[in-house]
Structures are given as C-alpha cells and as structure tokens.
Design a protein around this ligand. Structure first.
Ligand SMILES: [Ca+2]
Ligand SMILES: [Ca+2]
Ligand SMILES: [Ca+2]
Ligand SMILES: [Ca+2]
Length: 431
C-alpha cells in the first residue's frame, strides 16, 4: 500500500508538470483513503442494461449539518421514446454513523420512481424553513416526463408532479423576487415554464429564457430581482453565455426574461457545449462572478482542447471579463468536464472550491478539483483522484459527520442493471 502511494505521488508530480506548468505540491498527500462503505442500487424500473446517464448531488436536507446524497438518472440515446426505461431517485445518508440508503424514508410509497431527471436544485419553495428539492424533466429525447417538486415535511418528502415537460437540461433555484419563497428557472429546449414559489409551493408561470444549456440565478447587478446567467444561447457557432434580467407578473402569471448583456465566449474552437453555469464571488470583491463548464462534444481522441472551466469576473453593470488565465492554475484542457459541478469548500479550509466529474472512456481524465488558494483555483490531487475515480466512473464530494469530507464514487457501469457506489474518506494536507 505504501509503495503504491509513493508510486502515485511520483506519477502525480510528473502529470502536474505536463498538465499546464503549475507545480502541484499538494499531490504529495495520500488524499483518498480506502473505501469505508459500498452499496448498490438500481436506477431502472425494468431490466434495461443500457448505461444510464446519472448525476450526483449533495445537500443537507434535514438541517443536522451532515449532507445527504441524491443520485438521479435518465436512459439516453441511442434509445428511442417507445423503448425508454424509466429511472428512480436514490438518496443516501448517515444513520448511526453508517452510510446507507435512506430512499424509502424520504420518498415513501414508491415516490422515488420517476421518468428521467436531468438536473436537481434545492430551495425553500413554500417558505416553511425546510429545504425542498426540484427534479428537472429530462430524457435526452423527444419524450416528455414530469418535473417533480419534493416538499420537505421534516423526515420525508411530499412529491408533487408538475405539468409534463421535455429537455429541461438545467435548473437553478433562488428567490427571484425576494418574497421569501424560492423559485425555479430552467434552461433547455422544451419551452418549460418558470416555477414561482408561494405558501403552497411552486406555481407555473408562462415564460422561459429560450434555447440554452446551463443556467444560474444570481444577484449580478446588485439591485432588483435576481438575474440569470445562461449558457449556450445564440447560434451553434457562438454558443454565448448571456445575462438576462427577470420580471414577474403575478396577476397574469407570466415571467419575462430580457437580455441585459453577453459574457465573453468560452474558448473552445469547435462544437462547443457549455453545459453548466455556476455562481460564486471568486475574487471576494462583493460582486457575484460566473463560472462556465463547457466541452467539445465531438472531440476526437487526441483533442488538445476538450474541456474548459471559464472564470468570468463581474465588473459591475452586467459587464464581465474573462480572467481564466490568471484565476485558474494548472488545469489540463484535454480533460472532460461534467454536468454536476460542485461549488463548495471541498478541503474544509473555509474557502469555496470547485469540483467536477464526468465518466470518460479511454485514457482521458474526467475529474477536476480546483482548490481555492488566495483566490486562485489550483488544479489539485489529479493523480490521486484519477486513481480512485477510474475511466467511466464519476464522483462527488460529500460532507459527512464531524465535517469530514468524503468522495462518493459511482463505479463504472457493469451492464447488469446495478449501480455500485463506494465512499472514501478524503484527507487533505494541512488539515
Ligand atoms: Ca442531513
Ligand atoms: Ca420568490
Ligand atoms: Ca467577484
Ligand atoms: Ca477550500
């Protein structure tokens, strides 16, 4: 074991130098411990063996300071609508210090059975102080599905189906109008409504932002309703990220999105797909900034420029500038990025970091940890992460009991209908 770790450390040093020039001193630490828990479950409700597209989300839903983990999925192409296999939502958490499947408690009476989920966001939609969940409707084909709101009753969810939609590629939760009820906006290609929070939960308002892939609510302008940063708007060749202001008409139950400005382009030459947008004030100047995750979707095997994590600094008044080259250190652009980037304090030093993962095939990496050090986001622990999260696996970081950080790994698909997961404790240098 020790020999293996030493070997990995050496490999890590070599790879960090080749991947962009930034010395990665943190790779000297044994970041990932052996798995302390494993489990398996079935996403599908039938005997499909097709590799599901699945995503992992973490949130403390019961307010005990320990995060729960949500696994969601859809069956993708080359399947067709008449052969589509419905999926399920799986929830894991800690019970008596054991990491275990708690789906039946939170989603009783088979309410974990859904059609397909393409994104998840969390908010308090009915203002009762409890964290609710929004599951987007997505099957990656012209087949409608139900978006669901899961209203938190304290120890279980009340599930409510909203009107059927298709292609809800990404969702974002936030209180647009500051009335104390969180709202939900979506990006995609299905003309979904906007969901407005109220004392009784989400209400559908007509109006959406238009064809797009990623979306994030934020107070970028510093006044008025929240705005949205939206990726993959415009034409296929430009694929811009844009900022829209939002106005609500409660009487007509309508929402209007107005283009305020366009952000710099993500610097990928061809077939760019900017799948997710995230918001954080990465330079601590009091203005919310934008991070866009994009990749080249038809990238040949030897593509030098496959993935991007772009940092757009908010200059105020809706103006943004690309500061990626000075903010992001050491990221290897042949790498793949993914659909559930996490903006959280991964290493527990009080600064917000970025973690993103996606299954890849072949020799490429699909995992990135950008640790925030002095407002620079440094590519860290790449070799350790790659050794644990192997090709065609994916992972997320979850905060467990006693604020201990874990890597939850969804293992490569074995074509037997079972999804296997493993929990690994993370031990960072200096803490
Ligand atoms: Ca919890
Ligand atoms: Ca609201
Ligand atoms: Ca800022
Ligand atoms: Ca941190």
């Amino acid at each position: 074991m020790i020999t293996r770790l030493v070997a990995l450390t050496l490999l890590g040093s070599v790879c960090a130098c080749g991947g962009g020039g930034a010395a990665d001193s943190s790779s000297a630490s044994p970041l990932v411990a052996a798995a302390t828990a494993t489990a398996q479950f079935q996403y599908y409700q039938d005997d499909s063996r097709a590799n599901p597209v699945s995503y992992i989300f973490t949130r403390d839903i019961d307010g005990d300071g320990v995060e729960e983990v949500f696994f969601v999925a859809f069956e993708t192409q080359p399947n067709t609508p008449d052969k589509y296999s419905k999926t399920s939502v799986q929830i894991f958490g800690w019970r008596n210090a054991q990491f275990t499947n708690i789906t039946a408690q939170w989603l009783p009476n088979q309410t974990h059975l859904v059609e397909g989920v393409g994104d998840v966001c969390f908010g308090d939609f009915n203002g009762d102080g409890r964290t609710d969940v929004f599951l987007s409707a997505y099957t990656d084909m012209p087949l409608t599905a139900y978006p669901y709101v899961l209203l938190n009753q304290g120890t279980q969810f009340q599930r409510i189906a909203l009107s059927a939609q298709a292609y809800m590629h990404s969702v974002s939760c936030g209180d647009i109008d500051g009335d104390g009820y969180d709202d939900v906006v979506s990006a995609g290609w299905g003309n979904a409504p906007t969901y407005v929070g109220s004392a009784t939960g989400l209400i559908e308002y007509a109006g959406w932002v238009g064809g797009s892939s990623g979306i994030a609510l934020g107070q970028f302008l510093g006044y008025g309703n929240l705005q949205v940063a939206v990726s993959d708007v415009g034409t296929a060749s430009t694929n811009d990220t844009a900022l829209y202001t939002i106005s609500l008409d409660h009487n007509l139950r309508q929402v209007q999105y107005t283009l305020h400005g366009t952000l710099p382009p993500v610097r990928i030459d061809a077939s760019q797909h900017d799948v997710r947008v995230r918001v954080l004030d990465f330079d601590n100047d009091g203005r919310l900034d934008v991070v866009v995750f994009g990749y080249r979707f038809d990238a040949p095997i030897d593509t030098k420029h496959r993935g991007e994590i772009s940092f757009f600094k908010n200059l105020g008044s809706g103006q943004f500038t690309d500061v990626t080259d000075t903010v992001r250190m050491g990221f290897d652009r042949t790498r793949m990025v993914g659909y559930f980037p996490q903006i959280k304090d991964v290493d527990g030093d009080g600064k917000t970091d970025i973690f993103v993962s996606q299954p890849v095939w072949g020799a490429h990496s699909g995992i990135t940890l950008l640790l925030n050090k002095q407002n620079q986001f440094r590519d860290s622990y790449q070799q350790s992460l790659r050794d644990t999260v192997r090709a065609s696996a994916q992972a997320a970081v979850v905060i467990g009991p006693n604020r201990i950080r874990y890597l939850i790994v969804e293992q490569p698909w074995m074509h037997d209908g079972q999804t296997r997961i493993a929990l690994h404790r993370l031990q960072f240098e200096n803490n």
